[in-house]
Design a protein around this ligand. Structure first.
Ligand code: NDP
Length: 301
């Protein structure tokens, strides 16, 4: 067997963004509606500031409105909830994103739960999680797992019926919704986590392997079933060869895995760029729903 296909998440995400941009233009022309995302950042965490800035830039590039609310770290929960209420009531706001983590004094679940489910651009509200879990239409799917699903479909096609899928990680933002999506696509799904016995053995059975753990290069090449599709969600900073420098690696030992897998996402340039592209897609989808317009082709059902 030759080397794996390297799944070009960066290229796929660029194409998806362009298609979202076309969808935005069509919605403006056909319905006079410009999609708007309320972006709420509390405090001055540098990583969160970087993420928020790149989201706001992407929105503007695609012709959408970014309604920015950057609040001081001293913001109270009551003030934040009042802002969410105002954004919920504003017809120009189709999606709301609250950048996590929030300051410790604020109850994250209370804030996420206050967002109107139809405006929950990240898909973290329990109503959206419940719609996904019960296989109902209209759920907003969290951006990272939906991005993974689009990449898996790009490699294997839409029919994933009967394939064995293993998801390592069971977080509410990645692992659990990823497992639900694969189950909905008729895969036979195994969820692995820190208490899983013999993870290597579980991995060796998987036709589709999604790693969302946060442990650098944990999944080794000899854990992978020959020909498997490997989606590496992990983003881990480790020391680089040059002193004082770091580099980004995934949860999968890429060089070993690419010799065995059928297709694999690199880190960086794999899943990462899909996350923001899917946030753009979710915002457009919410605006289309609000306007009664047809949904984008790549939107979740
Ligand atoms: P969490 O820390 O919330 O979850 C990690 C999961 O990994 C947990 O379910 C945990 O199990 C499991 N786990 C930890 N150690 C092991 C182990 N030794 N063997 C098996 N399972 C283990 O992380 P997230 O889901 O938020 O993120 C996962 C990774 O994905 C991180 O590297 C993060 O940076 C990255 N990420 C990347 C994104 C992107 O855009 N590319 C977006 C979001 C995340 P348990 O539940 O038992 O504790």
């Amino acid at each position: 067997m030759g080397e794996a296909r390297i799944i070009d998440g960066k290229g796929f995400a660029a194409g998806l963004r362009a298609r979202v941009g076309e969808g935005v233009a069509a919605l403006k022309a056909g319905h006079g509606v410009t999609p708007g995302l309320g972006v709420v950042l509390v405090g001055d965490d540098p990583a969160s500031q970087v993420y928020v800035r790149s989201k706001e830039k992407a929105l503007v590039e695609l012709g959408m409105n970014s309604i920015d609310h950057h609040l001081p770290a001293t913001t109270t929960q009551a003030e934040l909830l009042a802002l969410i209420d105002a954004l919920n009531a504003d017809p120009a706001v189709h999606g709301i994103l609250v950048q996590l983590p929030l300051p410790r004094a604020i109850d994250t679940q209370a804030v996420l739960g206050r967002i109107a489910p139809a405006k929950d651009a990240d898909g973290f509200h329990v109503v959206n999680a419940g719609l996904l879990a019960t296989g109902q239409a209209g759920a907003t799917i969290p951006c990272t797992p939906w991005g993974c699903m689009l990449l898996i479909r790009d490699v294997l096609g839409r029919d994933l019926s009967g394939r064995r899928a293993l998801v390592i990680g069971r977080s509410n933002i990645v692992g659990k919704p990823m497992g639900q999506l694969l189950l909905q696509a008729d895969c036979t799904v195994t969820m692995a986590h820190s208490r899983t016995r013999d993870l290597a053995d579980e991995c060796r059975r998987a036709d589709i392997l999604v790693a969302a753990v946060g442990r650098p290069e944990m999944v080794r090449g000899d854990w992978i079933k020959p020909g498997a599709v490997v989606i590496d969600v992990g983003m881990n900073r480790i020391p680089a060869d040059q002193p004082g420098k770091t580099r980004l690696v995934g949860d999968v030992a890429f060089d070993e895995a690419r010799a065995v897998a059928g297709a694999i996402t690199p880190v960086p340039g794999g899943v990462g760029p899909m996350t923001i592209a899917c946030l753009m897609l979710n915002t457009l989808t919410a605006a289309c729903r609000a306007a009664g317009a047809p949904l984008p082709a790549e939107a979740a059902p």
